[in-house]
Design a binder for this molecule. Structure first.
Ligand SMILES: Nc1ncnc2c1ncn2[C@@H]1O[C@H](COP(=O)(O)OP(=O)(O)OP(=O)(O)O)[C@@H](O)[C@H]1O
Length: 681
């Protein structure tokens, strides 16, 4: 296909490393469905076929949390408008400039036509002026085209920044239901990679029809004008010829549907291969030990064969379709030229023939590109959709209308007839009408078997979820009376695996209190008894100790991380502290220190903890609440519960004693055989 005049095409954004769902490894380049460098050709080389991926069941993206769903153009349009609004001026500027370039290009070609006619002496125009006009137009097109590319780059970058920022902030507002569905690595992929593809496609949804449409209409008008110069052509034939210009690209589009389905098959085969590979890579050593190497090898070989066969089929079809599409302009130009040659007479300017040759590609090109773009949208949909889902997602728990920033004067937490099941199903029932008053300035430990609902109680106390029945209140007020901000500032959770940012220790305290002073940090570190150990690690500056995101790596031990996290929780001066298994990973010495710290803290703070270690609970708790299958079955001081017996806590203590004692075991003491003396050789 002949290219338009210099600079007439619209370039895409800089390569963003979007995963290409096509055969082969992911390549850096424009998003799938887009030819590298923009919408130049009829078929994205190495990219998606123009027919889009319309295989049965619609496009899906292996491993993504959002199940396949047919593309919804209305949603795309809404997201596109929202995105364009984030950078209105650069967007309008880039669209305006591109439209101007696309309109001027056919116009400059038409000047060539007039110039030819003038040289023949058949037009009224002066050839010299025409030549000059062509030169001026060419320069303007080049300059505008450069400006258009720069403004488009600016617009793309602004939109991408706005989109990524929005996704990041929105993601942090979403609740456990969303985060239970989308994993951390998937979020990184959506925000980091998919957003670039989504930005590009969404922008083009608005920009492309306009910019390409302007070029199409202008070239179409000139083409019709040039056709009319052939006096012998009856009007009906002229209309049929013009209709062909539109119909032939549409035939190409239908053909590409076949290609689309072939590539859908490739994707399915690749997903199956990835699954199969996962079977081998998940536990390679287990595979070795099971002597299953040969079986794995056969399975992988079969999958690889299937992928290759599917790729070969799809590529051959794509090549055939590409050839057809690439030949369209030639076919159409030939048809028009043959017709023109037969109706050519002495009055017909040669320029009109030139006009046909020049204008056909300028008309066919935009039609092909528009068809390619819109059919290719379904290819990009699996990547755009997760981006859009985050844009549209609403926080599951939000401030009630009459919520206020209330300072808790009374830090008593209370559950009254609370019934709860996890949304969206809300079944099974996890908490079954439970009631309890957690005493202020006391330590209450919730004890129960695995899956009995302990952590669920803690989640309700910070409104990660709302119960379906009953009420959770603090200081006599339902939780919804507090803004989430004020609730979570005063009810602080220390999870079993506390979040640590990679960076300095100070940075981790600034995470929860941006204006925290060094003195305050050192004071809380001293209070939880970890300052001396940290000073030994870095005598020249404890607060600059590097911390890593992952426990078990970096400078701090697991126990130290937990104590640092406890100190960080205290920096907020909480009224209620929720501790999830605080004794885990803390050594014996630090545990007794932890007991002392928590006891001392409980003079000011209400502490509620979930804890499996009954010895720790006995040492630290004022009260134990026992939970069994979502029901509070007993409560009381630990010693009292142990003494009275017959309750869950006493049973746990008993079981623990039996588990660690060897008295009940009938161990036959067999003397070890004398170690044979090894004769010196
Ligand atoms: N997000 C969730 N969605 C659905 N069900 C959940 C969810 N979280 C927990 N559950 C279920 O709720 C029940 C209670 O879970 P919970 O985490 O409260 O138990 P737990 O007593 O803290 O257990 P463990 O001591 O093992 O941590 C379990 O059966 C669990 O499978």
């Amino acid at each position: 296909m002949k290219s338009p005049a210099p600079g007439a095409e619209m370039k895409g954004p800089p390569p963003q490393g979007i995963p290409l769902p096509l055969a082969g490894a992911p390549k850096a380049g424009p998003p799938p469905g887009m030819p590298p460098g923009g919408m130049k050709g009829p078929m994205p080389p190495g990219g998606m076929p123009p027919g889009g991926m319309k295989g049965p069941g619609g496009p899906g993206f292996p491993g993504m949390p959002f199940p396949p769903e047919p593309m919804q153009f209305r949603k795309l349009l809404r997201w596109a408008v929202m995105l364009a609004k984030s950078a209105p001026l650069p967007f309008l500027g880039s669209v305006g400039l591109a439209a101007l370039v696309n309109a001027l290009t056919p116009y400059s070609q038409q000047v060539l036509v007039s110039l030819t006619a003038a040289l023949e002496g058949k037009g009224t125009a002066d050839p010299k002026w025409m030549a000059l006009l062509y030169a001026v137009l060419a320069v303007i097109v080049i300059l505008l085209s450069m400006a258009s590319k720069l403004v488009t780059t600016w617009s793309n970058e602004k939109m991408l920044v706005a989109l990524r920022h929005l996704l990041h902030d929105r993601m942090l507002l979403l609740g456990p239901q969303f985060h239970g569905k989308v994993t951390g690595p998937q979020l990184v992929q959506i925000i980091n990679n998919f957003s670039a593809g989504a930005q590009f496609t969404l922008r083009e949804i608005l920009a492309y029809p306009l910019t390409r449409g302007v070029g199409l209409v202008t070239a179409g008008i000139f083409l019709a004008g040039n056709l009319s110069a052939f006096a012998g052509i009856p009007p009906l034939a002229r209309w049929i010829l013009l209709a062909l210009v539109v119909i032939i690209p549409l035939i190409g589009w239908k053909l590409s549907g076949v290609v689309g389905r072939a590539f859908e098959q490739v994707r399915a085969e690749e997903a199956a291969f990835a699954d199969e590979l996962g079977n081998s890579t998940a536990q390679p050593l287990e595979v070795q030990l099971m002597r299953a190497h040969a079986q794995r090898s056969r399975s992988i070989a079969e999958r690889l064969q299937s992928v290759m066969a599917a790729k070969l089929r799809a590529t051959l079809r794509r090549e055939a379709a590409q050839q057809f599409q690439g030949s369209m302009s030639v076919i159409l130009t030939t048809v028009l030229l043959i017709y023109a040659a037969f109706s050519f007479d002495k009055d017909t300017p040669v320029g009109a023939l030139l006009g046909l040759i020049l204008m056909v590609p300028l008309v066919v090109g935009p039609i092909q590109e528009l068809v390619t773009f819109f059919t290719g949208l379904s290819v990009n949909w699996p990547m755009i959709r997760p981006v859009g889902e985050i844009i549209d997602a609403k926080p599951e728990i939000a401030d009630a209308k009459d919520a206020a920033d209330i300072a808790m004067t009374d830090a008593t937490a209370e559950l009254t007839g609370v019934t709860f099941g996890y949304p969206p199903a809300k079944s099974p029932v996890i908490l079954n009408g439970v009631s309890h008053r957690f005493r202020a300035q006391a330590i209450t430990a919730i004890v129960g078997g695995s899956g009995s609902g302990k952590s669920s109680v803690m989640r309700l106390l910070v409104r990660l979820y709302d119960p379906q029945g009953g009420q959770v209140s603090i200081g006599g007020r339902p939780l919804a009376a507090y803004t989430l901000e004020s609730l979570r500032r005063q009810v602080v959770t220390l999870s079993q695996f506390p979040l640590m940012l990679s960076g300095s220790l100070r940075k981790n305290f600034e995470l929860v209190k941006p204006d925290v002073s060094d003195e305050d940090i050192l004071a809380v570190l001293r209070r939880v008894g970890v300052l001396d150990a940290l000073t030994r690690i870095r005598p020249e500056g404890v607060l600059d100790i590097p911390v890593t995101q992952t426990a078990g790596t970096g400078t701090l031990s697991g126990g130290q991380r937990r104590l640092v996290a406890l100190a960080r929780a205290l920096i907020l001066a909480p009224r209620i502290l929720l501790l999830d298994e605080p004794s885990t990973g803390v050594d014996v010495e630090s545990t007794s220190r932890l007991v002392a710290v928590l006891r001392e803290l409980s003079r000011e703070v209400t502490i509620i903890m979930v804890e499996h270690d009954v010895d720790f609970v006995t040492a630290v708790a004022d009260e134990v609440v026992c939970i069994d299958s979502g029901t509070f079955v007993s409560a009381g001081a630990p010693q009292a519960l142990i003494a009275s017996g017959g309750n869950l806590f006493a049973r746990f203590v008993d079981a623990r004693r039996r588990a660690t004692s060897t008295d009940h075991l009938d161990i036959e003491r067999v003397p070890l055989p004398a170690i044979a003396k090894v004769a010196k050789t």
